[in-house]
Write a protein that binds this ligand. Structure first.
Ligand SMILES: NC(=O)c1ccc[n+]([C@@H]2O[C@H](COP(=O)([O-])OP(=O)(O)OC[C@H]3O[C@@H](n4cnc5c(N)ncnc54)[C@H](O)[C@@H]3O)[C@@H](O)[C@H]2O)c1
Length: 340
């Protein structure tokens, strides 16, 4: 089935967001309470506010939001503006995709992670009894507005969550963007020497969102090329689960381990492998696994990327060039034992 294409808009200031909103539509805003006041200054529509947490990304919230939409008289012609990080985006997208069997919606991602990753590609989801993203559907927003001013209120930790995903996107598809981003951001982390405000990340957000958007256009249902976006995630998911690290931290370590594995398989030069790990560390991101890679084996082989007797690993042939590399469970076990 063809997937609809999202139109992407970019602006630097929150005050410019209304320029992209169609005047003739009936509009309701669903917003993370942390961006509510900034948005209320420029968007004069009914608001529903939500506190973002994984616990709230659930059926109960979906039911409450549905009732609020009904109270506000939302009908099939309503356009829902969904503003917040990945949590509000996922549940808001799910809500819009199912309310009256689907109404139009626009995403306004307000965290770095949601701007470079979660808001692109049409994945919507809720959690059920602690199982993350277990219910969901593919339904891209009609349009998405990226506004870098939101980043200025984000805590540093939240920036790091997005940085790992942004670097991942460049590593798999765009060497020049990777080298530029590292060069510009490195001075900014952890001492923020070069980057005075996080919104200076804007050109990189634009590039990362375009890369992901192009990949998703070519492979909307993750049958092939879209799997490349899982670089670092097979290791990352296992680390997140076993070591209790955040998703961004785990992905950063996952990227480092994928680089090491790529070097070990002679796909990637040792100097590029070392550079990637050095860069992650210089950016203040973790690059070393708290447990030996062999301890990740059990969890990794249960991962959903398992395909028969092989796991489809995403590995690097160079900076800016990723490949899908199937590894049998037996071979993986041997490789992990020798990996540092
Ligand atoms: N749909 C996808 O393709 C996709 C991809 C990756 C992740 N995700 C999902 O995204 C979620 C994580 O997203 P996230 O990291 O954006 O987390 P989040 O939505 O919880 O936001 C993180 C925190 O930042 C706050 N916040 C949001 N915008 C802010 C702003 N401008 N200033 C200050 N604080 C702000 C939020 O209230 C929250 O406390 C997970 O549930 C994950 O499953 C979805």
């Amino acid at each position: 089935m063809e997937m609809k294409e999202t139109v992407l808009f970019y602006c630097k200031k929150i005050k410019d967001i209304p320029d992209f909103i169609p005047a003739e539509r009936r509009i309701i805003v669903l917003a993370d309470f942390k961006v509510e006041s900034a948005l209320k200054r420029v968007l004069h529509f009914p608001f529903i506010t939500i506190e973002s947490s994984e616990e709230n990304k659930c059926f109960r919230t979906l039911e409450e939001l549905t009732l609020k939409l009904m109270d506000l008289g939302a009908d099939r012609g309503t356009l829902l503006l969904v503003a917040g990080g990945g949590i509000v985006g996922d549940i808001g997208g799910f809500l819009a995709s199912t309310y009256y069997r689907g109404i139009d919606y626009c995403l306004i991602p307000t965290t770095l992670l949601s701007q470079v990753d979660a808001s692109i590609g049409g994945k919507t989801a809720i959690n059920v009894k602690g199982f993350k993203n277990i219910l969901g559907l593919f339904n891209p927003s009609n349009f998405t507005i990226f506004c870098s001013e939101f980043l200025d209120t984000l805590p540093r930790k939240q920036i790091d969550e997005g940085l790992a995903e942004m670097l991942k996107t460049f590593l798999l598809a765009d060497k020049v963007a990777y080298l530029d981003a590292v060069d510009v951001i490195i001075g900014g982390s952890p001492h923020l020497k070069k980057i005075s405000t996080f919104s200076e990340l804007f050109p990189f957000i634009k590039r990362a969102s375009e890369i992901k958007s192009d990949i998703v256009k070519r492979d909307p249902y993750e049958k092939g090329e879209r799997k490349l976006l899982n670089l670092g995630h097979t290791f990352g998911h296992a680390i997140e689960k076993l070591c209790g690290l955040s998703h961004g931290e785990a992905v950063s370590i996952g990227i480092a381990l994928s680089a090491n594995l790529s070097v070990k398989l002679r796909l990637l030069s040792k100097s590029d492998g070392n550079k990637i790990i050095r860069d992650l560390k210089s950016l203040g991101l973790p690059a070393e696994s708290p447990v030996h890679p062999s301890e990740l084996f059990e969890t990794m082989t249960k991962d959903k990327k398992k395909d028969g007797e092989a796991i489809q690993f995403i590995l690097l042939e160079g900076i800016g060039k990723a490949i899908i590399y199937p590894l049998t469970i037996e071979r993986l076990k041997g490789l992990l034992n020798d990996l540092s």
